[in-house]
Structure formats: C-alpha cells, structure tokens
Design a protein around this ligand. Structure first.
Ligand code: HEC
Ligand code: HEC
Ligand code: HEC
Ligand code: HEC
Ligand code: HEC
Length: 327
C-alpha cells in the first residue's frame, strides 16, 4: 500500500497568512515519510529532525520489543507470527487486528507504528510540520491508545476508581516537557516551543517524582527474648494497575526486609516476590500485611524494607519504594 502525495492547493489557502504555515503544511516535501512496506522510513529518519524524541524512544522498551532475547525465544525465533502484531506493528490505526510490518523489524514498536494514520503523521498538538500531518488528534491523549496493545493493564486501569483526576498512561509514563519538537535547522529556528511528552515509556523515573504510588510502613515491631517480630504493611496507594502488571513476559517485583546491626551490617533478610502469573500482584488500593521475624541478641538495630521490579535477566532493577525502622 503506497501513499500518494496529497493535493495541496486547497489546503494552502488557510495557512497562507502565517509564516510557519507557508513553510509547513503548504508543501508536502517529505512524502516518503508516510510510505508503508519496503519504502517505509526508518525511525532514524524521523530522528534527523525530532532528535530528542528519537533518543528517548531508542532507549525505551518499545525499541527493543522485537530484538528482546526473551521475545525471540518465546516466539521460537519469530515463528509464531500471531505474536508479531503488537511487537512490530505497521500501524495501530486499524479497526482490525494490528498487523506486523515487513521491513525494519529490529525497530520494534517504532515511530510510525504509533504515528502513521491514513497516510499522515498524526499527533495531538497543533504542530504543523513540513510533512503530511494530522494535528490535534486527541486519541493520543487517551489510555485507550496504549490499551490497543497493553490490554490487561488497560482493563485494570479502567476499573480503578481514581475518579478525582484520573491520570492517563501518558501522564505517568511519558513525563511532560516544554521544548521544541525538532532539533534541526532550518526548522528549529521557525517553530516555537510546545508542551510535549518525553517518549520514555518507563517507570524508572516515577518514584522520584511521585511518592504516593506505592507506600510501605511498619505497623508493629517488637523485640523480646532474642527475637524481633513485626508486620510491614504495603499499599498500592496510587498506581492504577497491578504492581507488577502486564499480560506477557516475566513480571516480578521483589520485597526485601533486612535486619541491620548497630554498624549497619546486614544480619539477616527475608524476600518475597509478587508475580502477575501467580495472581500475587498488588492491585490498585490493595493493602497487604507481611509478617516477619528475626533472631537477634544485640541492643540496637534497624529494619529496612525495599521493593524492586526486576527483569528476567536481572538487567533491569528499579527501586519502587523504601522504608526504614530504627530501634
Ligand atoms: C503497538 C503496541 C503498543 C502500543 C500502542 C503501546 N505499547 Fe507499550 N509496549 C509494547 C510492547 C510489545 C512492549 C514490550 C517491550 C519489551 O520489553 O520487549 C511494551 C512495553 C512498554 C513499557 C515497559 C514495560 C516494562 O516491562 O518495563 C511501558 C511502560 C509501556 N510499554 C507503556 C506504554 C504506553 C504509556 C503506551 C501508550 C502511550 C504504550 N506503551 C503503547 C507495545 C505497545
Ligand atoms: C525534515 C524534518 C522532519 C522529519 C524528517 C520528520 N519530521 Fe515530524 N515534524 C517536523 C516539524 C518541523 C514539525 C512541526 C513542529 C512544530 O510545529 O513545532 C513536525 C511535527 C510532527 C508531529 C506532531 C504532530 C502533532 O500534531 O502533534 C509528529 C507526530 C511528527 N512530526 C512525527 C514524525 C515522524 C513519525 C517522522 C518520521 C516518519 C517525522 N515526524 C519526520 C519535521 C520533521
Ligand atoms: C507507543 C507509541 C508511540 C511511539 C512508538 C512514538 N510515539 Fe510519539 N507520541 C505518542 C503519544 C501517545 C504522544 C502524545 C502524548 C500526549 O500528548 O499525551 C506522542 C507525541 C509525539 C509528538 C508530538 C509532540 C510531543 O512531544 O508530544 C511527536 C513530534 C512525536 N510523538 C514524534 C515521535 C517520533 C519521532 C517517534 C519515534 C522516534 C515517536 N513519536 C514514537 C506515542 C508514540
Ligand atoms: C499514576 C501513575 C500511573 C498510571 C496512570 C499508569 N501507570 Fe503504569 N506504572 C506506574 C508505576 C508506578 C509503575 C511501576 C510499578 C510496576 O512495575 O508495576 C508502572 C509500571 C507499568 C508497566 C511496567 C510493567 C510492570 O511490570 O509493572 C507497564 C507496562 C505500565 N505501567 C503500563 C501502563 C499503562 C498501559 C497504563 C494506562 C492504561 C498505565 N501504566 C498507567 C504508574 C502508572
Ligand atoms: C495484544 C498485543 C500483544 C500480543 C498479541 C503479544 N504481545 Fe508480547 N507484549 C505486549 C505488551 C504490551 C508487552 C509489555 C508487557 C506487558 O504489558 O505484558 C509485551 C511483552 C512481552 C514480553 C516481555 C518482554 C520484556 O522484556 O519484559 C515477551 C517475552 C512477550 N511479550 C512475548 C510475546 C509472545 C510469545 C507473544 C505471542 C504468544 C506475544 N508476546 C504477543 C503485547 C503483545
């Protein structure tokens, strides 16, 4: 399927009076950016102008969704073609099942997977680029968009009752930023800064900025006859899906409770894992009490609890929450 350059003359008139408009929507100078099939552009090409967004995306899990060793293994080296749609989509703008593309597979969920919409590059801002563009598309601001692939997480989000100011997936996983959308001449000289979104698709930075997503507290700690006993309470106070969440792959979070002596040395520890598959993920607003005990003869001590999300190969390790009790 090929996209023909759009007839532009009628579109030119309304924008004729703005200098930006003149340079931009007037001329579809880059029709190759909306090609499909063997002429489809690589994301690198988008990165010639959208440098910052490209660099964010390139380091995100979406850029690894095909090359990921686990995915390769679980699909029997890409034999299970029904797995490919969400991992190397041509475009999500379809009413039918999302179809895999045939080129640039190593890029996984790439720019055009999410932005190519009916021979235009679609986005939510009033931006008016020099390429075929469909601006102010508010679908990009909805959780439904992410839910096209993150089905289970989306259903959990839908049921969560964060009514007050219900946050979308983008609010948390694509932090806001005001900047130019392009970092290349001549375009960056012409276009103003806009309210945009970082393409990080990660939970790595979330706990630095929000401390209400997952909370932990010691509700009881006693020491008696050489034994310390206590209860730690965990609550998913603000993450509108399970911790961990997802339908595929290895999803684990690990709680560690450790006993430290006066000098801060670890004397003993207890670990407990929560998995999606085992139905032990901490659901939205769920509270869970974890009892623990240690043998300890000393006087003063500290108990530290941490919760991490780890990947199968332990190469990702994100600290989600931490709390410390000192005697
Ligand atoms: C075309 C399908 C698709 C769409 C649409 C999509 N994702 Fe993803 N997403 C994936 C796939 C596949 C992965 C797994 C990548 C990997 O780790 O190999 C993923 C991974 C992620 C991860 C990382 C999960 C982890 O294990 O750390 C986050 C966070 C995420 N997506 C958020 C989003 C958000 C927010 C949106 C909406 C703006 C979105 N995704 C839209 C397919 C999609
Ligand atoms: C030659 C430079 C150039 C290239 C290459 C380019 N863009 Fe753009 N793009 C622009 C400019 C300029 C704007 C408008 C910026 C503004 O108005 O602030 C823009 C705007 C956009 C928007 C914003 C739409 C909206 O309304 O929110 C999206 C989405 C977009 N481009 C996606 C892409 C994708 C995907 C690719 C690769 C297939 C790409 N662009 C390649 C220059 C480029
Ligand atoms: C998983 C889907 C997804 C992928 C992949 C993706 N985007 Fe986006 N993009 C979005 C969403 C969602 C928004 C709007 C977020 C919002 O405003 O809430 C957006 C917004 C934009 C915008 C508008 C300005 C802004 O910062 O919000 C531009 C330009 C853009 N993307 C370019 C790109 C380029 C270039 C790539 C590849 C390097 C890319 N996108 C990859 C989903 C995606
Ligand atoms: C209020 C903020 C918030 C919102 C809204 C939100 N998330 Fe998350 N998300 C988090 C936090 C915090 C984590 C880290 C905890 C964890 O790993 O479960 C996370 C983790 C994830 C992960 C990583 C996988 C994993 O194992 O946990 C994915 C994928 C994800 N979210 C997708 C989504 C999608 C899709 C939506 C929208 C339907 C969404 N999130 C809405 C806060 C949010
Ligand atoms: C409906 C879209 C969809 C389909 C179909 C799909 N996946 Fe995924 N896959 C995702 C999303 C979204 C993620 C991100 C984690 C999550 O939310 O489960 C993911 C993540 C993964 C991961 C984990 C990557 C990581 O680093 O954590 C593996 C492995 C995986 N998928 C394998 C498969 C296999 C095998 C199939 C076919 C049986 C398949 N997927 C089909 C959407 C899909």
């Amino acid at each position: 399927m090929f996209c023909k350059p759009v007839k532009l003359l009628p579109k030119l008139l309304p924008v004729f009076f703005s200098a930006v408009g003149l340079l931009s929507s007037g001329c579809v100078i880059y029709p190759e950016l909306v090609e499909k099939g063997m002429y489809a552009p690589k994301s690198e090409r988008c990165g010639d102008c959208h440098k910052d967004i490209y660099n964010e995306w390139k380091n995100s899990p979406h850029a690894r969704s095909f090359t990921n060793a686990e995915f390769k293994e679980e699909t029997n080296t890409y034999q299970f073609t029904f797995c490919l749609g969400c991992h190397v989509p041509e475009t999500i703008f379809t009413d039918k099942k999302i179809e895999p593309r045939s080129e640039n597979l190593a890029e996984g969920v790439h720019c055009n997977s999410c932005h190519l919409n009916d021979c235009k590059l679609s986005g939510p801002t009033p931006a008016h680029g020099p390429h075929p563009i469909h601006e102010k598309n508010q679908f990009f601001r909805t959780s439904e968009m992410c839910g096209k692939c993150h089905i289970g997480t989306f259903l959990a989000w839908q049921k969560s009752d964060t009514i007050e100011e219900k946050k979308t997936c983008q609010d948390c996983h694509m932090p806001s930023i005001k900047r130019k959308l392009i970092q290349d001449d001549p375009w960056q000289k012409i276009y103003p800064k806009r309210e945009g979104k970082q393409h990080l698709f990660s939970s790595q930075t979330l706990f630095d900025t929000h401390n209400t997503l997952l909370t932990m507290s010691f509700i009881k700690v006693i020491q008696c006859n050489g034994r310390i006993e206590g209860i730690l309470e965990l609550e998913n106070t603000g993450t509108p899906h399970g911790i961990p969440t997802g339908d595929y792959g290895y999803r684990e979070v690990v709680l560690t409770i450790e006993l430290q002596d006066e000098a801060g040395r670890v004397e003993d520890l207890k670990k407990e894992s929560f998995f999606v598959e085992m139905k032990t993920a901490l659901q939205y607003r769920e509270k869970r009490c974890i009892p623990f005990y240690f043998h300890y003869d000393g006087d003063s001590y500290a108990i530290k609890a941490t919760i991490h999300r780890i990947s199968f190969h332990k190469d990702t390790d994100i600290l989600l929450a931490e709390v410390k009790y000192t005697s």
